[in-house]
Design a protein around this ligand. Sequence first.
Ligand SMILES: Nc1nc2c([nH]c(=O)n2[C@H]2C[C@H](O)[C@@H](COP(=O)(O)OP(=O)(O)OP(=O)(O)O)O2)c(=O)[nH]1
Length: 144
Amino acid sequence: MAYKQIVAAAILDSLSAPSKLLAARRTSPPMLAGLWEFPGGKLEPGENCEAGVRRELAEELGVQVVLGSEVFGPVPEGWVLNESAAMRVWFAEISDGTPDTLEDHDQLAWVDLDEAALATLDWIPADLPIVHAVLADTLAGATR
Ligand SMILES: Nc1nc2c([nH]c(=O)n2[C@H]2C[C@H](O)[C@@H](COP(=O)(O)OP(=O)(O)OP(=O)(O)O)O2)c(=O)[nH]1
């Protein structure tokens, strides 16, 4: 089964000594509006995944990033979101710009990297295993 490829970033305050994750609240479609996610989007035809992540973060948040390790999911396309889409996610640190809600989001939040703080956000349900993997990888020092 070929999944539509989505790419996204788990943006940390620091790749070397992470303490916070940048979460973004979606504005559309109605079914997902108000839910929190990893900023990112659909890969364009012919684009490689890392370039896609960088493009999406520039468009949506107005930032440039340094990419760290991938947050590996269970399939080659990353984390299965639904019957037709899967998402690869990379750790990232902002190298230029201040994140802003330029496109697709109405709120951004720097959240402490602990279970309780992350659980206060209403995440897209498909993202919950990814949130746990992000936490586990940061605790294991596997972000870069
Ligand atoms: N970016 C992102 N999308 C997610 C996450 N979790 C999740 O289920 N999705 C879904 C929502 C969408 O159906 C799809 C991503 O598409 P998108 O609408 O963000 O893509 P895009 O920015 O390229 O937008 P567009 O061209 O369709 O306007 O993946 C997540 O954490 N981040």
